[in-house]
Design a protein around this ligand. Structure first.
Ligand code: SAH
Length: 347
């Protein structure tokens, strides 16, 4: 019989599974506290369980783990982990140090099928979804690393390699585990999921029970430009995307963040700024202006002066915006870069 991976289950689902196995539901809480709070990695070590339960459940559940292949530290405190999965695929996870806490950027897929032209992640087509446990373990492994310094992950951004809404069910299950107060206890307001715009999943996400933040990788404010650089726009255009966001807002009352990478001479002119204003007028949102990490030599980052001019136009026209701080510039912290290098080295 295939064993069940213990990190794959939200508490409610673990309770259901235990009930099916003839165990008491409250065992789920005991297991959660042991594996997420006390970091136990063997059911036989969970002494709150009866000896009979320990033995029985050890035959049914197993613990997987991520193998740390490389750790790179930036001068600004950012740490990038290269993890090897059980099937030898490699993924990246980034830890960022803020004045408000420790935030982890998690990966959701091996590779990515979205094909955004400016993004290094898409250079490798999607091989497979990450399982729920592989998403949760990224945060757990970083916590294991931080615990030596008496620190803990406080924020999670689902903005690593992959499109989270293309692996919707596993990502949602992982969010429940990350947020659970018997699990990793990361406040829902401290979790952000970023999507390039899979409209039907934005609708589904409107009914997701946790108050998790939603970010949209917009980057272009007209269909003509967005379609040119982001293939997803052919499937769901800007009108459909904005409709979905309005639906999400009406259901959740939560303000959406739009991410906008500034690409030199591509989407950073005065008229681009006005296109953006026109698109977002009346929406309760704010814009995150992102300095581009130059990955492939084709796209260049917008110079500071031009960026500030773009920013000013947005503010003067009532669009709230911030310029995102950069992390780990010296360690290839942009999506997919470390992984791409590690693979090249191995070839
Ligand atoms: N697929 C999801 C999440 C992963 S990408 C999404 O599209 O939102 C996370 C963010 O990083 C996206 O906004 C993406 O457009 C951006 N990004 C990708 N490559 C980048 C680069 N080289 N420099 C800066 N941001 C980049």
């Amino acid at each position: 019989m295939d064993k069940y991976c213990i990190y794959d289950y939200s508490k409610a689902h673990l309770e259901d599974l235990l009930a099916l196995l003839g165990e008491k539901k409250f065992r789920a809480t005991q297991i959660y506290e042991a594996i997420y709070k006390e970091n136990k990695t063997n059911l036989n070590d969970i002494t709150t369980l009866s000896k009979a339960s320990r033995e029985y459940l050890s035959d049914i559940f197993y613990f997987n783990n991520l193998n740390i292949k490389d750790i790179k530290k930036s001068s600004d405190g950012t740490i990038k982990f290269l993890f090897e999965l059980e099937d030898k695929n490699l993924i990246e996870t980034v830890l960022m140090v803020h004045d408000y806490g420790y935030s982890v950027c998690v990966t959701t897929e091996v590779g990515c099928n979205m094909g955004c032209k400016f993004c290094a992640s898409g250079e490798l087509k999607k091989i497979r979804n990450l399982s729920t446990s592989e998403i949760v373990l990224q945060v757990l492994e970083v916590n294991r690393y931080l615990v030596k310094e008496n620190k803990k992950v406080s924020h999670v951004v689902v903005m690593g390699i992959g499109e989270p809404f293309d692996n919707y069910d596993n990502v949602m299950e992982a969010l429940l585990i990350l947020n659970d107060n018997k699990g990793l206890e990361i406040g829902s307001r401290h979790i952000t999921v970023s999507t390039c715009g899979l409209v039907p999943k934005i609708m589904d996400f409107s009914d997701f029970p946790l108050q998790v933040n939603l970010a949209i990788s917009l980057h272009f404010a007209t269909d003509e430009k967005r379609t040119k650089y982001m293939p997803i726009n052919k499937k769901y255009n800007l009108e459909e995307l904005i409709e979905a966001i309005k639906y999400y807002y009406n259901k959740t009352n939560r303000r959406v963040t739009f991410e906008y990478i500034l690409l030199d001479n591509i989407n950073d002119s005065t008229s681009d700024a006005y296109d953006l204003i026109k698109l977002l007028k009346g929406l309760n949102c704010y814009v995150n202006l992102i300095p581009y990490n130059e990955t492939n030599g084709i796209f260049k980052r917008t110079k500071e002066e031009r960026r500030d001019a773009f920013f000013d136009i947005l503010l003067k026209n009532g669009i709230q915006a911030v310029v995102r701080r950069e992390f780990g510039h010296d360690i290839d912290a942009a999506c997919g870069q470390l992984r791409a290098k590690a693979i090249k080295k191995m070839e």
